[in-house]
Design a protein around this ligand. Structure first.
Ligand SMILES: NC(=O)c1ccc[n+]([C@@H]2O[C@H](COP(=O)([O-])OP(=O)(O)OC[C@H]3O[C@@H](n4cnc5c(N)ncnc54)[C@H](O)[C@@H]3O)[C@@H](O)[C@H]2O)c1
Length: 347
């Protein structure tokens, strides 16, 4: 049986472990964290495997066939280079790095070894993503309006922009990656950020809110706004709207798509399939499509299956593609720093 290892036994490591525990065709062999109790707690939860505090020792001892790298944004580098050197397929949590040069070096080493990789941009695996991509292909989108407003996450490194990259890079990268996956590459961004609203969080040193104007290669303009200032669920917001001249789609990540402006009969003509199973309804000029899958489970299993079969074609976010999303969000950060519009360069 192929062996799986995890590096980083914190919040997202726990999320992945809950999926792996259901697998019957994989051996959960090694768990590594700088904090020994965390690695040990994974052994207990899995009911198997060994705990380590040094990933090199884990690699020497366990010799895993695949690894999930679930460390904070500022901890990438040595782990990936050693993993590539040993030829171990790797799933890396987003953001893959905080420094584009480092991400390029890792990507280039991956390409030399033709290593199977995936990145934890699991929202791409939702079933409603296919509906939205279908809409964007059939209707020329003029404007994208993305909003993600929430609170400050609990992990302490998050509130320090030097270690997390800030909200755009660490968190809203999911939403921005979805925009990119649906409408294509950005050309130029102009981002403003503001501080001074979040005053009650200890050791807080990051932007409270930002708004970006973006021009896409397809000609559309976009407005991408995100904030971590919200203290109640009522102040939260998360949505991506794709507007065409005669219709509009609201994409609620991992949840629902609402399409406005397609009459019921037009919906048929536009290729939207009414399955009659309650997951898709026509109501006047609006069509609602509910997501049908657990995207996080599919994301993990897709990578594991790719390693088992040697066929990576079903992976929706390989490392090299995630680097392109990094180029997008890092350009946004650079625009905040310089106060100027920034071209998004693809290297
Ligand atoms: N895909 C998603 O939806 C999603 C959700 C949450 C977090 N994440 C990402 O996962 C990453 C980790 O986030 P988290 O919330 O789990 O953080 P966390 O702080 O809860 O856990 C990270 C763990 O990594 C360990 N670690 C750091 N360096 C290490 C090293 N060299 N060797 C072994 N262990 C090491 C830490 O001790 C810690 O236990 C972040 O990049 C975050 O953006 C992704």
């Amino acid at each position: 049986m192929k062996k799986l290892a995890i590096i980083g036994c914190g919040g997202i490591g726990t999320y992945h472990l809950e999926h792996f525990i259901e697998y019957t065709d994989i051996e959960l062999a090694g768990f590594c964290d700088l904090i020994p109790e965390r690695a040990q707690s994974f052994v207990e939860k899995a009911g198997c495997g060994q705990a380590f505090t040094d990933f090199r020792v884990m690699y020497d001892t366990v010799k895993p066939d695949m690894v999930f790298i679930c460390v904070p944004p500022y901890c990438h580098g040595d782990i990936e280079f050693e993993t590539i050197r040993r030829g171990i397929p790797m799933f890396v949590e987003k953001p893959v790095a905080l420094d584009l040069e480092l991400a390029y070096q890792i990507r280039n080493e991956i390409q030399k070894k033709r290593l199977i990789t995936a990145v934890g941009l699991q929202c791409r695996y939702a079933s409603i993503v296919d509906d939205t991509r279908d809409f964007v292909n059939k209707h020329r989108v003029t404007f994208v309006d993305m909003v993600r407003m929430g609170g400050v996450p609990g992990v302490e490194w998050w509130r320090d922009k030097k270690r997390s990259g800030g909200q755009i890079v660490e968190q809203t990268i999911h939403n921005i990656d979805m925009v990119r996956y649906m409408i294509g590459e950005p050309v130029e961004v102009y981002t403003m950020a503001a501080r001074g609203f979040v005053t009650d969080v200890v050791n807080y040193d990051t932007d409270d809110v930002s708004t970006t104007t973006v021009r896409f290669e397809c000609g559309a303009l976009g407005s991408l706004s995100t904030g971590c200032y919200a203290t109640t669920g009522e102040a939260f917001d998360s949505r991506i709207t794709f507007s065409a001249r005669d219709c509009r789609l609201d994409h609620y990540i991992l949840d629902t798509v609402n399409i406005y402006g397609l009459a019921d009969e037009q919906a048929g003509e536009n290729g939207l399939v009414f399955k009659g199973d309650g997951t898709m309804q026509a109501g006047g000029s609006a069509v609602t499509i509910k997501d049908k899958v657990d995207a996080g489970r599919i994301c993990d299993r897709t990578f594991v299956d790719a390693v088992l079969t040697g066929d990576p074609s079903a992976i929706r976010s390989p490392y090299a593609d995630a680097v392109r999303t990094m180029e997008f969000v890092m350009a946004m950060n650079k625009s905040i720093e310089t106060g100027m519009p920034v071209k998004v360069i693809h290297n």
